[in-house]
Design a protein around this ligand. Structure first.
Ligand code: ATP
Ligand code: MG
Length: 406
C-alpha cells in the first residue's frame, strides 16, 4: 500500500489547559527524536492528534518505532488522495484488495471537514460502500460491529483513508512527570519497573550497586544492556550510576547480624541513592519491589527499609504477580537479558534466614555501631562511576554528545 502518513492519537483526554500544551509539545519532541533515522519525515499537528508525513520513508519501521513511544495511544497508517469522488472510491477498492484477510462485514465512516465537498458524510458512506459491495459478493455492511471500518477524512487539500488502528504504548511522553532514580539490579523486576515509570512520563537515571570482584563484569554488562533497552523506550540516552558496594557489603556481612544483612544493605542502597538523587536533582526513587515476593519485600521489611529515605518511593510492581511482571518483561524484551545467570551483589550475600520482620530500633543501633559507616556511604557516592548509555550501539558512551538528543 502507498501510505503517505501515519496518524498518531494521544492523550489522556482529561488533560486540559497548560498541561495539555506541555504534553503535546513534549510529544512532538519525543516523536522527532525517535524519527531521527528517517530525516525525510515531516509533521503536522492538530488538536489531540499528530500526523507524521512519510515523504518516502518506509512505513513499517516508522510504525514499529512510533508504537513503542510513550504518550501515543494508537497509530494508523493513512493513504491520501485528492478530494474527488472517483479517486476516493478507487483508493477504497485498492485498500480492500490489499487486505490479507477479507472481512465478512464492514462499514464506511466518512467525515466531511471541508464543507465545499459536494457530497455529505452520510452520502459518502453510501457512495463508497456501494462502490465496494458489488465487487465482494460475500461482504455485508454492519454499522454496529463491523470487522472492518474504513474511515475517510475529507479535507480540501486531500482525503485521508485509514482502517487499521494499531495499539501503542500509551502513558505520558518522556519527561513530563519529573525525574526519579531507578534502582536497577539486573533481575527481572527492576527493568519492568523502569519501563512502567518511563511510561508514566518519568525521566530516569539508573543506579546499580556492584560488588566487584565478588560480582562479575558480566553482571554489570547485563545492567548496561538493560539500561540501553530502557533508553530505547525513553528515546534518549540514560545515565547509569555504578556504585562500588563491596566495602559496605563486607562491613555489613562481618557484623554478627546475619538475618539483618538484607535490611541493612537495602537501607545503605537507599541512603546512597538519595545522595545521588540530590546531585542530579531527582525527586523520587523507583524500585522493582513486589509485595511478598521475598523476605525484604514484606510490608514490615519495606517499612524499616524505607524509613531511611525521605524521597517518595515509586514501586510500580507492588501489587503485581510474578507472572504479570514476566509477561511485561517479555514484551519489552528485557526478559532474556534478565535471566542470564550472572549474580548481583544481593544474591551473593543472601543470608540463610533473612528477617521478614526487622526491628527498626535494632537496625538503627547496628548501623550506629558500625565504625566509619557514614564515611563508607560517602566514599561509595564519591567513587560512583557514571556512564551515559544509548540504545543505539554506535552511539555509545565514548562518542556520546547528550545535547544532540534534546
Ligand atoms: P529484581 O528482579 O529487580 O532484581 P528482586 O525480585 O530480585 O528484584 P530484590 O533482590 O529484593 O528483588 O530487590 C528489590 C529491588 O531492589 C530491585 O527490584 C531493585 O529495584 C533494587 N535492587 C536490588 N539489588 C540491586 C542492585 N544490585 N543494584 C540496584 N538496585 C538493586
Ligand atoms: Mg534481584
Amino acid at each position: 500500500m502507498n501510505y503517505d502518513r501515519i496518524v498518531l492519537r494521544y492523550g489522556d483526554l482529561t488533560m486540559k489547559g497548560r498541561n495539555r500544551k506541555v504534553f503535546e509539545d513534549k510529544m512532538l519532541k519525543s516523536v522527532k527524536r525517535a524519527m531521527k533515522p528517517f530525516p525525510e519525515v515531516t509533521y503536522w499537528r492538530t488538536y489531540g492528534r499528530m500526523h507524521v508525513l512519510l515523504n518516502g520513508a518506509p512505513h513499517q519501521p516508522v510504525i514499529d518505532r512510533l508504537k513503542d513511544l510513550f504518550g501515543i495511544v494508537s497509530v494508523s497508517p493513512v493513504i491520501s488522495v485528492p478530494s474527488e469522488l472517483e479517486a476516493i472510491q478507487a483508493a477504497a477498492l485498492d485498500i480492500m484488495a490489499s487486505l490479507k484477510k477479507q472481512p465478512a462485514t464492514f462499514k464506511v465512516n466518512a467525515k466531511r471537514a471541508w464543507k465545499g465537498f459536494p457530497h455529505g458524510s452520510h452520502e459518502m458512506n453510501h457512495l463508497v460502500g456501494g462502490h465496494i459491495l458489488p465487487r465482494y459478493p460475500e461482504l455485508r455492511v454492519d454499522v454496529h460491529h463491523p470487522e472492518l471500518e474504513l474511515k475517510l477524512d475529507i479535507h480540501e487539500e486531500a482525503t485521508h483513508l485509514y482502517w487499521e488502528t494499531i495499539p501503542a504504548a500509551g502513558g505520558f511522553p518522556y519527561a513530563t512527570s519529573g525525574k526519579a532514580m531507578l534502582l536497577l539490579s539486573g533481575g527481572i523486576d527492576s527493568p519492568v519497573a523502569g519501563w512502567l515509570a518511563l511510561r508514566k512520563g518519568l525521566e530516569l537515571e539508573a543506579v546499580h550497586f556492584h560488588s566487584y570482584p565478588f560480582t562479575s563484569e558480566q553482571a554489570t554488562d547485563k545492567v548496561k544492556t538493560l539500561t540501553r533497552r530502557l533508553s530505547y523506550y525513553a528515546g534518549v540516552p540514560i545515565r547509569l550510576h555504578l556504585v562500588p558496594f563491596t566495602d559496605i557489603q563486607t562491613k555489613i556481612a562481618h557484623g554478627n547480624q546475619e538475618n539483618l544483612t538484607i535490611t541493612l544493605m537495602r537501607r545503605a542502597m537507599l541512603r546512597i541513592t538519595e545522595l545521588l538523587a540530590e546531585q542530579v536533582k531527582a525527586n523520587g526513587i523507583v524500585t522493582g519491589e513486589s509485595l511478598g515476593q521475598v523476605a525484604s519485600q514484606t510490608l514490615s521489611s519495606m517499612n524499616v527499609i524505607g524509613r531511611v529515605a525521605t524521597l517518595p518511593m515509586i514501586k510500580p510492581l507492588i501489587t503485581m504477580d510474578k507472572q504479570e511482571i514476566i509477561e511485561i518483561a517479555r514484551q519489552i524484551d528485557t526478559y532474556e537479558t534478565s535471566i542470564l545467570p550472572f549474580e548481583d551483589c544481593c544474591t551473593l550475600f543472601l543470608p540463610k534466614s533473612p528477617s521478614t520482620n526487622p526491628n527498626l530500633r535494632v537496625v538503627e543501633r547496628v548501623e550506629h555501631s558500625m565504625e566509619d559507616y557514614d564515611l563508607l556511604i560517602k566514599q561509595a557516592v564519591e567513587n560512583t562511576e557514571t556512564i551515559l548509555l544509548s540504545f543505539n550501539e554506535n552511539n555509545n558512551e565514548a562518542s556520546q554528545d547528550e545535547e544532540n538528543w534534546f
